[in-house]
Design a protein. Structure first.
Length: 332
């Protein structure tokens, strides 16, 4: 059976980008057709300046939102990365296979390190090695497919490279994974800054729709989205990024096609109104279920405890095999 692994980082509240780019497929497709694991990757949240209480709170919230969105613990494994030691164990071995040049070439590292330095802060070493830990997340489970948004492509490529290199040097140990992306909304852009991705921890707050935003907040954000100087509604990602983004969001929420939808609208106002309502409708059941789950924190904790146990059992044999293959003396 195909093995699927993916994750979310608890560095901010989950966004419409996370939902349309990744979570929705995990819920609607992956958990039904594959042996799937979904992880709250909390160790990754420590790579930039962080508040310990906030990371804890966001980790719990992310788990609750994933379950509210429809991940079913009977069908898939939902767990927290730091509960399974195998991720950190394997990450170190992969650091011995990766090179520093490879790490410095990673686009996200360059962007985030640049931002940290511009703010006068220092760059944590873990930000540089982040993609290695991500590779460990994936490779520990002998993952075939990694369903992610566009922004993670380079990281999954690195995981592939490290798997191939390790296998060549030390004998076949890892499955070589591949990224999968949604057909539309693989990169949802910020509504106020359509040249930038809609990210959880952005500076362009009013352009970010959060999964838990109240309907009126969603409406306000979408109605105030930046459009382009033209007037007709056409799907042109390069020339009309603001409108194209709205068309993609609308298409992803309604199951249509962004180019076809472009022909339907005569004004930006009408497009925004329908997009806002479509987003509200997509988020409504998730928010309702989230409210129920918040009233039952014991349930979420139980799911995470079982998930960690299952994940550990899946990861351990592969990570142990990697320890032996690379030349470490077995403990017993
Ligand atoms: P993270 O937490 O930034 O995002 C979680 C998932 O949401 C997707 N995504 C988007 N998709 C479309 N449009 C957007 N604006 C948008 N923003 C985010 C991301 O592509 C991702 O699929 N490094 C990862 C977490 C991670 C991981 C892993 C993922 C750690 N280990 C192993 C897969 C496998 C990250 O920061 O995702």
């Amino acid at each position: 059976m195909t093995r699927v692994f993916s994750g979310v980082k608890p560095t901010g509240h989950l966004t419409l980008g996370n939902y349309l780019g990744a979570m929705r497929r995990w819920v609607g497709v992956d958990q039904h057709r594959a042996e799937a694991l979904f992880c709250i990757v909390d160790l990754h949240a420590l790579t930039v300046e962080h508040d310990p209480a906030r990371v804890r709170r966001l980790s719990r919230q992310a788990a609750t939102v994933l379950l509210a969105a429809g991940l079913d613990p009977e069908r898939c494994t939902v767990f927290v990365q730091s509960h399974v030691d195998e991720h950190a164990r394997l990450s170190y071995l992969l650091e011995c296979v990766a090179t520093d040049g490879e790490m410095r070439r990673m686009i996200q590292y360059r962007e985030k390190a640049g931002l940290e330095r511009a703010r006068g802060g220092s760059v944590r070493l873990s930000l540089l090695t982040y993609p290695v830990l991500m590779a460990a997340d994936i490779l520990a489970y002998r993952t075939d497919e990694v369903p992610v948004g566009d922004d993670q492509t380079q990281h999954v490529e690195l995981a592939r490279d490290l798997a191939v290199r390790f296998n060549q040097r030390y004998g076949h140990t890892f499955v070589v994974p591949r990224a999968t992306h949604p057909e539309v909304a693989a990169r949802v852009m910020n509504l106020k800054e359509p040249a930038s991705k809609m990210g959880k921890s952005d500076d362009f707050g009013p352009g970010i729709v959060y999964v838990l935003d109240e309907p009126d907040v969603v409406r306000k954000k979408v109605m105030r989205a930046v459009t382009d100087s033209g007037r007709d509604v056409v799907y042109d990602r390069a020339g009309r990024p603001g409108v194209a983004n709205l068309l993609e969001i609308l298409a992803a929420c309604t199951g249509g096609n962004p180019s076809d939808l472009g022909g339907v609208y005569e004004s930006y106002g009408a497009l925004k109104k329908d997009t806002a309502e479509a987003v509200v409708e997509v988020l409504r059941p998730v928010q309702a279920r989230h409210k129920e789950l918040c009233a039952d924190p014991g349930y979420v904790e139980g799911v995470l405890r079982d998930g960690a146990e299952r994940a550990r059992a899946m990861a351990r044999p592969t990570v142990d095999a990697a320890y032996r293959a690379i030349g470490l003396l077995p403990a017993s």
